[in-house]
Design a protein around this ligand. Structure first.
Ligand code: PEP
Ligand code: MG
Length: 324
């Protein structure tokens, strides 16, 4: 499939109305990194660090992790890599951690909640990230942040890790950006001070959608009840875009929908400028963006919303069919 899009691989995802959308890839293993060249991705918008933990039978050691993070950054050759700290719990259970018996693990003790309540592993991981960066720029984001206090506490852990590394004589990252994933509706309503403090936000659409619609992402029966292009969801996403524009917070989207061409075009039309997706999706998404006028598409979405349509998909498909 990548051969099909080879002719646009080195071209920007520039729309007919002149907007350039940044397309990055999702990764989680060293083996994913060669796709950076092949896909034409600008960088890694989401590096799911838990995969390294999930494929092992023992907790990885700090030195192994820092070596891996260094190799990932080497392979990216200076392009931005956003490392997401450990996102375990829910559907991702580590063989060497005592399982928790929770009635509803997706809404349970997972991700940054585990990191903050039992900070040993998170501290080890933050140290490994700083050491892996070895003086280079470093981007880290925390998964499943549901409120400002969690982001502040995670940030305080990073500050402590930096102080410790400085004392130990390790070089500190040249620059450091600390972001949060917006995966729970609550974060969309966090105080302005949160938006002003966070270095960037990335919408985890897979989780955000399941909590917005109260529909389990793993459950086919309920997942099929709604369309991602549901106007309520798009209106909600617009409100997040508006808040980030008001506070000047860089915003991206890294759920599966970013890699679906029609959905990606709609996300760009409502104002998302950074999309992160599986490498094989970069070509198809770039291809549709290069042939779309986002202002026109945004008008189609607004009109369908004003009409009271439940989903904009019909109107969007009709518009796109006329264009291609
Ligand atoms: C998401 O929730 O959209 C996301 C990118 O994270 P994950 O799919 O790993 O939960
Ligand atoms: Mg998620």
């Amino acid at each position: 499939a990548q051969e099909r899009y080879a002719s646009i691989r080195d071209k920007p995802a520039k729309t007919l109305c002149g907007r350039t959308i940044s397309l990055t890839m999702n990764a989680g293993l060293m083996a994913d990194l060669p796709s950076l060249e092949g896909s034409g991705a600008e960088g890694v918008g989401l590096f799911r660090t838990e995969l390294q933990f999930l494929i092992r039978s023992h907790m990885p050691k700090r030195a192994e992790l820092s070596e891996l993070y260094a190799r990932v950054m080497d392979a990216a050759g200076g392009r931005r890599v956003v490392f997401r700290t450990l996102d375990i719990g829910s559907d991702k259970v580590l063989a060497y951690m005592k399982p928790t018996d929770e009635p509803n693990p997706a809404m349970g003790w997972r991700a940054v909640r585990v990191g903050l309540d039992k900070p040993g592993v998170m501290r080890m991981q933050l140290q490994a990230l700083i050491r892996g960066a070895a003086g280079r720029p470093l981007s880290v984001m925390f998964p499943f942040v549901a409120q400002r206090a969690e982001y502040d506490a995670a940030r305080a852990e990073m500050d402590k890790a930096l102080a410790r590394e400085r004392i130990l004589g390790h070089p500190l990252p040249e620059t450091l950006e600390l972001g949060a994933m917006l995966e729970t509706p609550s974060l969309a309503f966090a105080p302005d001070s949160f938006y002003e403090n966070v270095d960037f936000l990335s919408i985890g659409g897979n989780d955000l959608k399941q909590f917005f619609f109260a529909a389990d992402r793993e459950n086919e029966r309920v997942r099929r009840r709604y369309d991602t292009l549901n106007v309520s969801f798009l209106t909600f996403l617009r409100s997040i875009v508006a808040r980030c524009e008001a506070s000047g917070t860089p915003l991206g989207f890294c759920g599966e929908d970013a890699g679906r061409p029609v959905e990606a075009a709609c996300l760009a039309a409502i104002g998302l400028r950074n999309l992160s997706m599986r490498p094989a999706s970069i070509g198809p998404v770039k291809s549709i963006l290069r042939r779309t006028d986002l202002r026109e598409l945004n008008r189609i979405i607004e009109e369908a919303t004003a009409r009271g349509d439940q989903s904009v998909r019909g109107a969007v498909m009709e518009y796109l069919r006329g264009k291609f």
